[in-house]
Design a protein around this ligand. Structure first.
Ligand SMILES: [Zn+2]
Ligand SMILES: [Zn+2]
Length: 349
């Protein structure tokens, strides 16, 4: 089969490798859609790939990239129950494997396994390939009315937005300011609006702001054109937003997310990497602020996200602006690297 590997420093290779075969408890997916996620850019750009976000050790061999897997089960290994997975089943993959028996694993948060987890597409073989071998207990059923592309988005980017909104306990009466309108931020805008919240979308790219309007943002702010915190307060009768969500990972946006949240407000950080300096007394204590970190979602969270999207008929496919065959992965990532497009997806033939 054909498979894509990130080699570091913006280099990638499309290689011919043997088709995977399932061991006990494993299944083979025929990948129908493999999304390109913002965090892939970190692995693609960095000299040390996954080491850039603390996920891999120096000297690890490159693995098959892609951590938004969606497809169909085509082969099952020994000992897989029919309820977990069967041939022909349309599935997403919760792209982590843990020990299976610690508290985190049993609660469906295998990425937080006490014994250390494998992240498919980052520290274990991923979905930028024709086939992918995964443990059967990582499968999450794809609702019949959702496309494979939608399933790919839910498998990281859109699911991560869902996870952040869950951490905030977003209510329909809330105004939420969402910093960054790339694929995760845009998903957060779309989901938060569907939950009934009022969304203020922020980005430094005008085209992305235009798209966020199409995704039901109530108001947009370009921080390049003035002070983001002042603009958010202006839109909220001087109070600040009930909730703020950072998808950028930049210190400036994180700081603005904290400062623009109202007294008793809630803040969630989704963007990876980097740091931020906070004036704790003024910005947090005096405001009784709650600040959450959120890392993707549990297995049940992934299923909940898919169910919500299906039942509310949310057009997740609209996130995607580009589709590529595996052979054009290099071109795909060169364009994605500009961070001016919508979401991209590899469709293995
Ligand atoms: Zn575990
Ligand atoms: Zn991701």
């Amino acid at each position: 089969m054909r498979a894509v590997y990130f080699l570091g420093d913006r280099k990638l290779a499309v290689r011919d490798v043997p088709d995977p075969t399932p061991g006990p408890g494993e299944v083979i997916l025929e990948i129908k859609a493999s999304g390109m996620c913002g965090s892939d850019l970190k692995f693609y750009r960095a000299h040390d790939g996954a080491g850039s976000v603390g996920l891999a050790k120096k000297g690890d061999e490159p693995v098959i990239a892609g951590h938004e897997p969606c497809g169909v089960v085509v082969e099952i290994g020994p000992g897989v129950s029919n309820r977990l997975g069967h041939v022909g089943m349309r599935v997403m993959n919760h792209h982590y494997a843990g020990c299976g028996c610690c508290h985190q694993c049993r609660s469906g948060w295998t990425q937080m396994c006490d014994a250390g987890s494998t992240v498919f597409g980052v520290t274990g073989n991923g979905a930028h390939a024709q086939y992918m071998k995964v443990p059967a207990d990582t499968l999450v059923a794809l609702p019949d009315d959702l496309s494979f592309k939608a399933g790919a988005a839910i498998s990281c980017g859109t699911g991560t937005a869902w996870g952040g909104l869950e951490r905030l306990g977003l209510r329909g009466s809330d105004t939420i300011a969402i910093f960054g309108q790339g694929p995760v931020g845009l998903s957060a805008t779309q989901l938060a609006a569907a939950m009934g919240a009022r969304v203020i979308a922020l980005d430094i790219d005008e085209a992305r702001l235009t798209r966020s309007k199409e995704f039901a943002a109530d108001a947009t702010i370009n921080p390049k054109e003035g002070h983001a915190v002042t603009a958010i307060k202006h839109l909220t009768h001087g109070r600040g937003a009930d909730c703020t969500l950072d998808c950028t990972g930049t210190a400036q946006a994180r700081s603005a997310a904290i400062k623009s949240a109202r007294k008793w407000g809630r803040v969630v950080f989704l963007g990876e990497g980097g740091d931020v300096t906070i004036d704790v007394s003024t910005d947090m204590l005096r405001k009784q602020l709650s600040v959450f970190g959120s890392w993707t979602f549990s297995k049940n969270g992934q299923a909940d996200c898919a169910r919500f999207i299906s039942e509310r008929k949310i057009d997740v496919d609209q996130l995607f602006t580009h589709e590529w065959p595996i052979e054009q992965a290099d071109e795909a990532y060169r364009l994605f690297d500009t961070q001016t497009t919508g979401k991209g997806v590899l469709i293995p033939s």
